[in-house]
Design a protein around this ligand. Structure first.
Ligand SMILES: *Cc1c(COP(=O)(O)O)cnc(C)c1O
Length: 396
């Protein structure tokens, strides 16, 4: 069950009264408390960077930056945005397809760690660093074979195995020889990075990390990396079917504490599990009707504002806020005690936010508050498709 905070309910009613829906609401107080709790659950020796791509909204970044150790960026666009929004916060730069221009900008910005995805990228970075007379610190992104991943549920997004992400042992060896051929000291190898899958629970994630560390310690020893660092990635699960259940940070933190060895640095970079819970997408039901025996509700807005359910293939959890006012002189469309499919305003059958969701009552003019809408939501949506107006943004 999704529990709707009273402040979100009141905000939705207020916005509806001034005809200002759909809108996003971010609960920054809840976000700051959640981020602080994550930091507190981790061992002191582990570093916590937030993956900006999950939600780069400026007030959201500011709320996180006061509690996290830094931010993980994945593009030159994120670098520029983060540098302006939260200047001075330590950054790590990952992601495939970094351009020479992006790497140069990141070198000049003094990025803390670069996560290198290929031998070519390593050469590009070395050239960018040398051109600027700087030394950069590098983790090589590892991609171990998929079968070394732990068991995982259907919700997991897997990036290990044959994929554009990271490097297998052959490419790692090539990087080592590129590094030994550099005589200008522009690149310092610090350790390895791995982000193998998203959507794992604490036990699965720890098992994946233990395998990476087993491989990584040997590899770093043979490559002569002193005091190695291991970035274990993100991927902590958010369960959209059970919005009241959150990732077990306490168990995960204890697991990291038992995995780390003296002299090592462990770093994580979660995104979804940090911001998902603070975001709400608030809208109004425009129409309710039956089609071939099934009930459909059409809301203002849709997946062009909240693409998460379409992208992940789940039902977005929501709460209904009843509005008694009904001014039209004809009967109010609605359903009671029914399974209803909640759709948006787009002319595509894919514009579905929740399928056959059970509701007590849902009528045109009622409000809907979608929860878990703070990660991979507005910023991954196809916002100009059909040219409906954008939502407004509100902060609590
Ligand atoms: C997307 C991504 C993350 C964050 O993943 P979540 O599932 O949002 O925690 C971390 N690291 C890398 C390299 C990523 O691509």
């Amino acid at each position: 069950m999704l529990s709707l905070p009273e402040e979100i309910r009141e905000l939705a009613l207020r916005l509806d009264a001034s005809d200002s829906l759909p809108a996003y609401a971010y609960d920054l107080g809840a976000l700051a408390a959640h981020t602080a709790a994550i930091r507190a659950a981790l061992p002191r020796s582990a570093e916590f960077y937030y993956a900006v791509k999950a939600n780069p909204d400026t007030p959201v970044l500011r709320a996180i930056a006061t509690h996290a150790d830094g931010l993980e960026i994945s593009s030159g666009g994120e670098l520029a945005h983060v540098s302006a929004a939260v200047p001075g916060v330590p950054l790590v730069f990952g992601g495939p397809g970094k351009t020479g221009a992006e790497l140069s900008a990141a070198v000049r910005a003094g990025v803390h760690r670069f996560h290198v995805e290929s031998p070519h990228e390593l050469r590009l970075l070395a050239a960018a660093a040398a051109a600027d007379c700087r030394t950069v610190d590098v983790l090589l992104r590892v991609n171990l074979a998929a079968p070394t991943c732990a068991t995982r549920g259907p919700a997991a997004l897997v990036m290990g195995g044959a994929s554009p992400f990271g490097m297998d042992v052959a490419l790692l060896a090539e990087c080592a020889s590129v590094l030994s051929g550099l005589d200008n000291g522009a690149v310092r190898l610090r350790g390895l990075h791995a982000h193998t899958a998203s959507g794992l629970d604490a036990a699965d994630l720890l098992a994946v990390s233990a395998r990476l560390l087993g491989f990584g310690r040997d590899w770093c020893a043979s490559a002569g990396v002193p005091a190695p660092e291991f970035n274990l990635g993100g991927g902590m699960a958010v369960d959209y079917r059970q919005p009241g259940t959150v990732f077990d940070w306490a168990t995960y933190g204890q697991g990291l504490a038992s995995l780390v060895r003296p002299g090592e640095t462990l770093r994580i970079e979660p995104g979804r599990a940090v911001t998902a819970y603070c975001g709400w997408y608030l809208s109004r039901v425009l129409d309710v009707k039956h089609s071939h025996g099934e009930a459909f509700a059409v809301i203002a807005g849709g997946t062009h504002h909240l693409r998460t359910p379409a992208a992940k293939g789940h039902d977005q959890p929501f709460a209904v806020i009843a509005v008694e006012r009904w001014q039209a002189p004809w009967p109010r469309p609605g359903v009671g005690q029914a399974a209803v499919t909640v759709c948006g305003q787009l002319c595509t059958p894919k514009d579905i936010l929740a399928r056959r969701a059970g509701v007590q009552q849902l009528r045109a003019g009622d409000l809907i508050a979608f929860g878990l809408a703070g990660a991979y939501a507005w910023n991954i949506s196809h916002q100009s498709f059909l040219m409906h107006p954008p939502p407004a943004f509100h902060y609590l």
